[in-house]
Design a protein around this ligand. Structure first.
Ligand code: NAP
Length: 301
């Protein structure tokens, strides 16, 4: 059985992109949605992010056979409670949260007995809110499903087919492994970017206007990541604490080793590392995960 009605709870960047993506690639599938913010509901209706925006979560999910929770990770349990009494029998409940073990626990609490299959589309931008979404966001990006061991296989393949229809490539993995992999590839880079931008703005001998003026030296690439949604990222670090701390421990050791190489003038160590990292950039391009144009294809001003 394929999906015939998708309900989206949380109509920001990811929820809006799912709604627009479904309407573009699966036009026979009905879409409905709800967000707790009345202004967001109004904007979502205006942009046509879903076929119909409802005034309550219960009404939005009443006809759905797939419900996707697109709220910050720290709000998943609350969103689960909001739909619990109206969830149709047999509907699949999924989400898009950036940390998975926590979401699985939160939804098991809020929706005991429901068919919950957590998921994480590894796609996004630094923008948020109902104006940020676009239908192509998930194309050629990975979506990781983290079903429990006893999850219904047929439901997992229906959810996989759904994400593939939106253009994503699907991988299934254990929630704890997901959390460790994403701690390395997403959470640590965000933490580093937040730190660098914070440190630069706190320096006393280099003025803030100088930092901004000369940002093309590298700083500006970190500012894009550090402009990401504060609520979302606060929740990611609070809910993927163990994996982030483990990876951060390794990172701190490596940083200390580099600090020592700089102090002792160990140019070979620096050169070897920079050669290895350049090769990783090449692999990212070969995998189709970024643009190969110099400076990300930015135009000169
Ligand atoms: P967003 O643009 O801020 O959208 C989230 C929406 O959910 C907002 O409109 C928010 O309203 C609303 N909301 C918050 N709590 C709610 C609740 N209890 N019930 C109903 N609506 C609620 O954020 P996003 O970037 O789409 O992120 C949504 C989820 O996707 C997060 O779990 C995030 O980890 C995950 N994700 C994000 C990215 C990314 O790059 N952004 C990538 C992959 C996955 P208010 O803002 O008014 O509270």
């Amino acid at each position: 059985m394929t999906i015939s009605h998708v309900a989206i709870i949380g109509l920001g960047l990811i929820g809006g992109s799912v709604g627009l993506g479904v309407q573009e690639t699966l036009p026979h599938v009905a879409t409905s949605g709800w967000d707790h913010d009345p202004e967001t509901r109004e904007r979502a209706a205006g942009r046509g992010l879903v076929g119909r925006v409802y005034e309550t979560a219960g009404e939005a999910v009443a006809e759905a056979d797939l419900v996707i929770l697109c709220v910050p990770v720290g709000a998943m349990e609350e969103a689960g409670h909001a739909i619990a009494s109206s969830l149709p029998e047999g509907a699949i409940v999924s989400d898009v949260g950036s940390s998975k073990a926590h979401v699985a626990r939160a939804l098991a609490k809020a929706l005991p007995g429901a068919q919950v299959i957590p998921a994480h589309p590894v796609a996004g931008t630094e923008k948020s809110g109902p104006d940020a979404g676009f239908a192509e966001l998930f194309r050629h990006r990975w979506c990781i499903l983290t079903p429990a061991e006893d999850a219904d296989r047929e439901a997992v393949s229906r959810l996989s087919a759904f994400w593939e229809a939106l253009g994503a490539k699907v991988e299934v993995m254990d929630a704890a492994h997901h959390d460790l992999v994403l701690a390395v590839t997403s959470h640590l880079p965000h933490l580093i970017a937040y730190t660098i931008v914070g440190t630069a703005s706190d320096l006393e001998d280099v003025t803030r206007s100088e930092v901004i003026k000369y940002s093309a030296g590298g700083f500006r690439d970190f500012t894009r990541i550090a402009a990401s949604d504060p609520t979302m990222w606060r929740d990611v670090f609070l809910t993927n604490r163990e994996a982030v701390l483990e990876v951060l421990g390794r990172f701190t050791e490596d940083l200390t080793a580099l600090q020592r190489a700089i102090r002792t003038g160990d140019g070979d160590k620096l050169f070897d590392l920079f050669t290895r990292t350049r090769a990783i950039r090449r692999e990212v391009i070969e995998e189709g995960q970024d643009d190969n144009r110099p400076d990300f294809g930015r135009k000169d001003h």
